[in-house]
Design a protein. Structure first.
Length: 410
């Protein structure tokens, strides 16, 4: 009798035990979401030339995406409770693919803005839905890995656009590639439907107006402090304002204000997202060896230092170092803030509160970067770095206050 080698089965079983399939799908989905976000800033000069648009219209596209995101993320918990986590995520993935198809085929700014809004609606359900699933089923390390995957996608996005442009191909092809990723993820969600549906919030816990929801062990949780919620929302707003405004305008800054070659500037933007990704992987590996409060304070302080170096920039190398320091410093903040939600808001409210935080983050992605575009149009690129320094300074100050306010709720 011939015994079959158990090697492959053992390897697959070990892999499943270390990384549940639903987490792998969530990681892949965040890569897809970030491909779109990371590609936009690098693609924008080509998009606006092909559609004959002013540089400030990038803010219009961002605001359209934010509007769609807000409409979706604010009710994501209730939608998941009604249709199930898996059905909601799969539907959002399919909707994102439709929006990307329209984006790739856009003949004018009207279609481009509409497509951005559709993509925003899809992302507004995907992001809080996936983050809620990870927050309820895994550790803070998994949340760091989830957002490291966002960094991976955001790193690949500029490289994808830069590679296509260097080869003389159209920016539109990149969005076809991203479309394919979203469709694959939507199918994978359905494949592991039971795992995702296991974290579907109840309709009672998804109602945002409940003032005294039950806690994880059946006890009654005190009403959420308005100050705590407001602090958390403003913190996500400022964080995303710093992260996205820096990543979105870095390509234009280095090519126009610093006269770097297109290919080199694209690599620098990819380096910004790569530094953020690598730092998140390091944070995940460190685990609980450093307190989350200390990491958050260091993160905000490092972001200020990086932006100041870009403002000072006595040499191009110093500006490049500032960009990379900013990316690496920002890395742990978002996943750590998100993973702490359950500790201060309570398990029963985590889906709703994460939805609100995602909405605040979306406004932070769109509004500060749109304001940067208006400042650049009115005052030139010289206004960009003082603006980013001020934004990061506000983030640092609020982070210190948040560690005290939210720490008291945890």
């Amino acid at each position: 009798m011939v015994m079959m080698s158990p090697g492959p089965v053992t390897w697959r079983s070990a892999l499943r035990s270390r990384l549940p399939p639903s987490l792998a799908v969530a990681f892949a989905c965040f890569v897809g979401l970030a491909l779109y976000d990371g590609a936009l800033g690098t693609a924008w000069p080509s998009i606006r030339r092909s559609l004959a648009l002013p540089i400030g219209d990038l803010g219009l596209v961002q605001l359209a995406g934010a509007a769609g995101f807000l409409c979706s993320s604010a009710i994501s918990g209730r939608v998941s409770a009604r249709v199930g986590r898996a059905a909601g995520l799969a539907g959002a993935g399919a909707l994102a693919a439709c929006g990307l198809a329209a984006y790739a085929a856009s003949p004018d700014v009207g279609v481009l803005v509409l497509a951005a809004a559709v993509i925003g609606v899809a992302a507004g359900h995907l992001e809080p839905g996936l983050q809620s699933h990870v927050a309820l089923t895994a550790s803070a390390r998994a949340m760091n890995l989830l957002h490291a995957c966002y960094g991976i996608g955001a790193t690949i996005g500029p490289l994808l656009i830069t590679g296509l442009l260097v080869l003389g191909w159209s920016w539109r092809l990149a969005y076809v590639v991203i479309l394919g990723v979203d469709l694959v993820v939507a199918l994978a969600v359905l494949r592991y439907r039971a795992d995702f549906d296991a974290t579907t919030p109840s309709r009672e816990s998804a109602r945002a107006d409940r003032s005294r929801p039950p806690g994880p062990a059946g006890e009654v949780m005190a009403p959420l402090s308005r100050l705590a919620v407001a602090t958390a929302l403003l913190l996500f707003f400022l964080y995303c304002g710093v992260e996205m405004s820096t990543g979105l305008w870095a390509f234009t800054f280095f090519t126009v204000a610093r006269h770097l070659a297109l290919g080199l500037a694209g690599l620098l933007v990819a380096g910004y997202w790569a530094s953020l990704t690598l730092a998140r992987l390091v944070t995940a590996a460190i685990g609980a060896r450093i307190s989350s409060g200390l990491l958050l304070a260091l993160s905000a302080g490092g972001a200020v230092a990086g932006e100041v170096l870009m403002l000072w920039e006595p040499a191009t190398a110093i500006g490049v170092a500032g960009l990379l320091i900013t990316g690496a410093s920002l890395a742990p903040a978002f996943p750590l803030m998100m993973s702490r939600t359950a500790s201060w808001a309570g398990t029963a409210r985590v889906s709703s509160v994460i939805g609100w935080q995602s909405a605040a983050a979306c406004i932070g992605v769109a509004v500060p970067s749109a304001l940067a575009g208006l400042l650049i149009e009115d005052f030139g690129l010289g206004a960009l770095m003082p603006y980013l320094c001020a934004l990061s300074g506000l983030f640092f100050l609020l982070q210190l206050a948040a560690l005290r306010i939210l720490g008291q709720r945890a």
